[in-house]
Design a protein around this ligand. Structure first.
Ligand code: ATP
Ligand code: MG
Length: 442
């Protein structure tokens, strides 16, 4: 019986995870600069959390959720996104309490699940890294968080990204717009897709987000939400734009952009790429303000702002743009043992080196000296220790600094009792100093 991974999932092999880790480490360093700390929530939650939080009429909830019942008959869902869970954790752990600094800033990372039609950059299990900020209505929070997203990409060397913003206004503004949008769409009712027909009265803004080609044509001439913002929302959006200008962050406004989740209000944004990795303009990061969500999931009224980055799409772009992420990796020490008799001693030596906090590897297949040296070179070993029959009898090991070719004998006892890192540094650094000296003399 042979098995295959489920459709829409991927195995990340070591050559992939190296890149993932590089991106994750880079992001974590930037998050620290912005004073975000990590939160980890369960990968499944009660289904209702997402129906309430993300919205019953969104594609994510109505079509894409992985729902199951556990043995206790609880209705659960694999999380399709991160924000609802983090908001739930914020409420459940009373993170709004006075002992916590405000705004409360966290980042998360991990797999999300959506039952979609798999295609390039669209998976059923995919990964996001994202942030949430709770407790600030200040437009500076919107702008700083957008700036954080842009910084993350810049830090990776991605410069050619497009920032798109829009405002969905507050509840009052959206109600006014809703009326206008319904009035515009009703005469086109028969031409709309089936999805959009059902959504027209339930949640007309969803129609703007439709991926159906004919819906898109109709929606192109729809009234703009920006014309329906009340004073408060208009002011908020004005300040956001001013602040982006002040930070010299370029952006375009797309008044038809509404996002696929229902919890947003006022500022929303997407970071898009025209990279050849995808045939068309593709979103790699999306987010915005969600001032009603915390209350919606049972907490005190608390404004929020956040975004999520699609990691698979990001890595596809990095690859397509040929962005070199990794420095060449080095191994501190490769231990060569010649002959079966050296097997135990080789084991002890690699373990002593690792105990000293350095990286070590060895041969396990009793290969010839030449093959073992080849393996050492392939791993970019800085030092090769060689243990043959003679060395074993004398209680020493041959220490070779690969860069200089300089060899010497080291007592095995010294490796077991002493500080291996000190021996290593002395020998490797000595040679470097020695070489530097002669380079200067030339
Ligand atoms: P799309 O319009 O492409 O379906 P979305 O609006 O559903 O995106 P969000 O829920 O805002 O996406 O998720 C944020 C980011 O997560 C997206 O911009 C994208 O990079 C990534 N993402 C979303 N769904 C998937 C998926 N099925 N596979 C891979 N990445 C995804
Ligand atoms: Mg989607």
């Amino acid at each position: 019986m042979r098995f295959q991974k489920p459709k829409g999932t991927a195995d990340l092999l070591p050559e992939n995870t190296k890149q993932w880790q590089y991106v994750e480490d880079t992001f974590r360093a930037v998050f620290a600069d912005y004073q975000f700390e990590e939160i980890r929530t369960p990968i499944f939650e009660s289904k209702d959390l997402f129906s309430r939080g993300v919205g019953e009429s969104s594609d994510i909830v109505s079509k894409e959720m992985y729902i199951f019942k556990d043995k206790g008959d609880r209705e659960l869902a694999l999380r399709p996104e991160g924000t609802a869970s983090v908001a739930r954790a914020f409420v459940e752990n009373k993170l709004f309490g006075p002992e916590h600094t405000k705004p409360y800033k966290v980042y998360y990372q991990g797999p999300m699940f959506r039952y979609e039609r798999p295609q390039s950059g669209r998976m059923r299990q995919f990964h996001q890294m994202g942030v949430e900020v709770f407790g600030s209505k200040n437009p500076a929070t919107d702008v700083e968080t957008i700036a954080l997203a842009m910084d993350l990409f810049q830090e990776l060397g991605l410069e050619s990204l497009k920032l798109v913003i829009n405002s969905l206004g507050d509840v009052e503004s959206r109600l006014a717009y809703r009326e206008a949008l319904i009035a515009y769409l009703e005469p086109h009712f028969e031409e709309l897709s089936e999805d959009s027909k059902t959504r027209l009265h339930k949640n007309p803004l969803r129609v703007l987000d439709s991926k159906d080609r004919r819906d898109k044509e109709i929606v192109a001439n729809a009234p703009s939400i920006l014309d329906y913002l009340n004073e408060t929302s208009k002011k908020h959006f004005e300040v956001v734009k001013e602040m982006l200008d002040a930070l010299e962050i370029p952006y375009v406004i797309d008044s038809n952009m509404v996002r696929g989740l229902d919890y947003y209000n006022d500022t929303i944004f997407e970071v898009m790429t025209e990279s050849e990795a995808f045939g068309s303009l593709t979103t790699i990061c999306a987010g915005g303000r969600y001032d009603g969500l915390v209350e919606e999931v049972g907490g005190p009224a608390t404004p929020g702002f956040g975004f999520g980055i699609g990691m698979e799409r990001l890595l596809m772009i990095l690859e397509a743009e040929n962005i070199e992420l990794l420095e060449e990796e080095e191994l501190d020490v490769y231990v060569i043992g010649i002959g079966e008799e050296t097997n135990l001693e080789t084991l002890k030596v690699v373990q002593a080196i690792r105990a000293a906090g350095m990286s070590a590897d060895r041969d396990y297949l009793d290969r010839k000296l030449k093959a073992q040296f080849k393996a050492a070179n392939k791993k970019n070993a800085r030092v090769v220790l060689t243990l043959g029959q003679n060395e074993l009898e004398q209680g020493v090991i041959n220490f070779k600094v690969m860069k200089t070719g300089k060899e010497s004998a080291v007592e095995l006892e010294e490796i077991y009792d002493g500080d291996f890192e000190k021996i290593f540094n002395l020998k490797v650094a000595d040679m470097t100093a020695f070489n530097e000296f002669f380079k200067k003399e030339d």
